[in-house]
Design a protein around this ligand. Structure first.
Ligand code: UDX
Length: 429
């Protein structure tokens, strides 16, 4: 199959590379010339384990190319994947300008019958709108069909997820398009679930909202654990052994961040609101997450009479490990609050520091290692559970003024830290 992918952000690039890897001819289109040049050299613009290697292999095999030219990009395509961003608008709804632009570009350049597949996370009804835009603007009179095929990739394990995901969802209006997209995906060897377009659109939002709900739920249980003297890890373990609940996504901490959960939960509240339904439960999930992000600052405030001129070491800045992504990372609000309160903030992240410099408060200092960050600090905050951080020995904290650690990701054993002479505060334990 000849496949074009519009948009080479996280979803687009990983989709394009994975489809090339299973044998399709893929051309990825992006308007950013510098980025396209870089990708042609096999260098990924995003940090994702294994991606550079897979890109280079498929470029060399002649299955993967990149262009800024839509005409060239669509010329041979049997199927066009739309994988552009749907960022959050001020009111929480999804911004569809990039989707609409992609639809207009497709309309302008396609010259033969085509199936358009939407990978981007889009509100219910958007695929109908895409089809309408293409049909209204098409220059050549060709047949266009549309398929909703949401992705469920996690950053940091996106390739692993592409080849080992739990399901591939195909939402289509008729069996013909569905069977073509099924055939494209067959080599992945994953379970395929066929449904209608609107259900497929909603499956993506409902899945992300449900996972976010699990996280906010366990975070509230953690708050109760702290007050009644229980251990949230034990509670989560005991709950998760029930297959109906499942043990994953029950790690208490400083809440969820990233490019999907915060945006998709708010978008689903909007989608519901647009059809006069008040999604009360999900509003609660979002509020709990908001509170959760500043939990460590509240704990610091309780522990110290003032934070003025206190040297606070921040370990980990990315919204989760194995990514350099700072989008909606708890570190943004936490470091801002610390600076507001007069603290001196010194931060370290194994890969996200370059991105962080452009986003975080200008007064933040940066260190080159865990050791350097901790040196002479009054307190340490753990915000991202990188292996390099979670594998640290308690003795590393003894270079601080006093070894006082607030762990937002429950990285360390309470007993080991206590025996190691560290004053250790974690979440729900
Ligand atoms: C998520 C979904 O998992 C994926 O299916 C979807 O396609 C995109 O959104 P991602 O944002 O990459 O993927 O990260 P994920 O691993 O799901 O973590 C999201 C956030 O939740 C992180 O900030 C993480 O730290 C937090 N989290 C996750 C918890 O606080 N507790 C948990 O138990 C799990």
């Amino acid at each position: 199959m000849n496949i074009s992918v519009v948009g080479t952000g996280y979803v687009g690039l990983v989709t394009g590379v994975s489809l090339a890897e299973i044998g399709h001819h893929v051309i990825c289109i992006d308007i950013d010339e510098a980025k396209v040049e870089q990708m042609k050299q096999g260098i990924s613009p995003i940090y994702e384990p294994g991606l550079d290697e897979l890109m280079s292999r498929n470029i060399e095999a002649g299955r993967l190319t990149f262009t800024t030219n839509h005409k060239e990009g669509f010329h041979l395509a049997d199927v066009i994947y739309i994988a552009v961003g749907t960022p959050e608008k001020v009111d929480g709804s999804a911004n569809l300008v990039f989707i609409e632009q992609a639809a207009r570009d497709i309309a302008k350049y396609i010259m033969k019958d085509i199936i358009v597949v939407t990978k981007s996370t889009v509100p219910v009804g958007t695929n109908d709108r895409i089809l309408e835009i293409i049909e209204d603007n098409q220059i050549h009179n060709v047949q266009i069909d549309i398929v909703a095929n949401p992705e469920f990739l996690r950053e940091g394990s996106a390739l692993m997820d592409s080849f080992n995901g739990d399901r591939i969802v195909i939402g289509a209006n008729n069996v013909y398009e569905a069977s073509i997209i099924e055939k494209i995906n067959e080599p992945f060897g994953l379970p395929i679930y066929h449904t209608d377009i609107r259900s497929a659109e909603l499956i993506k939002y409902a899945s992300n909202a449900f996972l976010a709900t699990k996280i906010s739920f366990i975070n509230e249980i953690a708050a109760i654990c702290e007050r009644v003297g229980a251990n949230v890890e034990h509670v989560a373990k005991g709950m998760g052994m029930d297959k109906r609940i499942g043990g994953e996504f029950l790690n208490a901490g400083i809440g969820y961040g990233g490019s999907c959960f915060p945006k998709d939960t708010k978008a689903l509240i909007q989608i519901a609101g647009n059809v006069a339904y008040d999604f009360e439960l999900l509003k609660g999930v979002v509020n709990v997450n908001q509170k959760q992000r500043t939990l460590l600052v509240d704990k610091l405030n309780e522990r110290f009479a003032t934070l003025v001129d206190k040297r606070i070491a921040v370990l980990g800045l990315a919204f989760k490990p194995n990514t350099d992504d700072m989008r909606e990372a708890a570190s943004i609000i936490i470091t801002e609050r610390l600076i507001e309160k007069g603290a001196i903030v010194i931060a370290y992240d194994p890969v996200a520091m370059e991105n962080a410099r452009g986003i975080l408060h200008a007064d933040i200092l940066y260190a080159n290692s865990v050791q350097e960050t901790l040196h002479d600090a009054d307190a340490a905050l753990v915000l991202t559970e990188w292996d390099e951080i979670r594998n640290a020995d308690p003795t590393v904290f003894h270079s601080m003024k006093n070894p006082i650690v607030f762990d937002g990701r429950n990285c360390f054993s309470v007993d080991v830290m206590r025996e190691g002479g560290v004053e250790y505060w974690s979440v729900g334990r």
